[in-house]
Design a binder for this molecule. Structure first.
Ligand code: CP3
Length: 333
């Protein structure tokens, strides 16, 4: 059985599978080489020769237990007709959205725009490097997608006040976007994804009074949908204060925790399998510090199903040698 499946479906605690968010990306010189020659990021995500190659780059180097498709959560706004560009050092920039237009988009047209993503998944799933390993497909949660779609740039710490007050528009958009998220999930599963991760990178920006409407309810809807397709689903609601409440309400197969949360408290509060936690900065320091931090999590979760990962993505300035060291350490402990 695939190690991550064994951990989160069978609740096996004897091994700690490992993969890292952003394991395919800028810390790898072979990725930077490809990126230099492919200036348009969206186009790169739609290149079915390059997507499999980039996805498999980390598996060629390291003994990860899963591949995650090289893509982006912003492929959904792109497929809904919104302009998305990535400028160097500034992050993503989105164009204006037209609510009227988005609500009229046909499923076929949406799926067709993302066809190269699905074809890439098929190619990747047939590769022998994936033997006995999971292929992770992913989506952004509706809230995080809306943050980008309406704010149009990364919000850093807070959102424009105007955005928060228009609950009517937010609720309408969540409904529309959630339907396309489901389509994107089912398409990824039909083309070879064996696990789905839902990234809610800006969950921490939602006020307590809105959290049920903007986070719990729509996320539960896509979690239930994915479970019905018989594929395990991992949620990463980064920055929320109350993981216990989230898990009780949403009930995914596993919960990915960020680095601001106390893992000992999580162990007390949460019964489902846990993923992640350590600050990505542990890969920037020295090896002893890295071992100490990694061991802290392995020890706390030694009798709890636990997938080793970080509390957010691998930082671009990470030395690939440190990633190799970490994987070896996790496999030996
Ligand atoms: O994890 C993986 O290896 C798979 C690929 C992956 C990317 N983006 C590739 C990427 C995944 C899972 C994502 C998810 C994603 N994208 C999230 C959720 C996770 C998180 O980091 O919070 C978010 C918020 C985005 C949106 C996004 N895409 C931003 C804000 C940026 C620019 C800044 C940044 O964080 O890199 C991107 C660009 C992006 N997506 C790059 C990569 C490798 C860098 C592109 C480049 O400049 O070369």
């Amino acid at each position: 059985m695939k190690p991550i499946h064994n951990c989160i479906v069978n609740n096996n605690t004897t091994i700690n599978p490992i993969w890292l968010m952003r394991q395919a990306g800028r810390y790898l010189p072979e990725f930077r080489e490809i990126r230099k020659k492919n200036k348009d990021f969206i186009e790169l995500c739609l290149n079915k020769k390059m997507v499999p190659e980039i996805t498999l780059q980390p598996l060629k180097r390291f003994d990860f237990d899963a591949a995650i498709i090289f893509s982006d959560i912003l492929m959904i706004p792109y497929a809904l007709g919104q302009d998305v560009v990535f400028s160097k050092g500034l992050g993503p920039k989105l164009g204006n959205i037209n609510l009227n237009k988005i609500s009229k988009i046909k499923i076929d047209k949406f799926s067709n725009k993302l066809k190269p993503v699905y074809e890439s998944l098929e190619i990747i799933s047939r590769n022998k490097l994936l033997k006995n390993k999971d292929l992770i497909g992913f989506v952004g949660a509706p809230w995080t997608l809306l943050v980008y779609m309406i704010n149009k740039i990364s919000p850093k710490k807070e959102l424009k006040k105007k955005f928060f007050h228009d609950r009517n528009t937010i609720n309408k958009l969540i409904k529309i976007v959630n339907n396309f998220i489901k389509i994107h999930i089912s398409n990824q599963i039909n083309h070879g994804a064996t696990i789905i991760q839902i990234f809610d990178s800006w969950a921490g920006l939602v006020k307590e009074e809105d959290i049920e409407n903007y986070i719990y309810t729509p996320t539960k809807e896509i979690v239930d949908y994915t479970k019905k397709l018989n594929v395990p689903v991992i949620c990463f609601p980064r920055g929320i204060k109350n993981y216990k409440k989230f898990v009780n309400f949403v009930n995914p197969n596993a919960i990915s925790i960020d680095y601001d949360i106390d893992p000992k408290q999580i162990l007390k509060d949460i019964k489902i399998p846990v993923q992640g936690g350590p600050n990505p900065k542990i890969l920037l320091g020295d090896k002893n510090q890295l071992k100490k931090e990694a061991f802290k999590y392995l020890k706390i979760f030694k009798d709890h199903p636990y997938i080793f990962n970080l509390g957010h993505g691998v930082l671009p300035e990470t030395d690939p040698k440190m990633v190799e060291y970490l994987i070896k350490f996790v496999k030996d402990n």
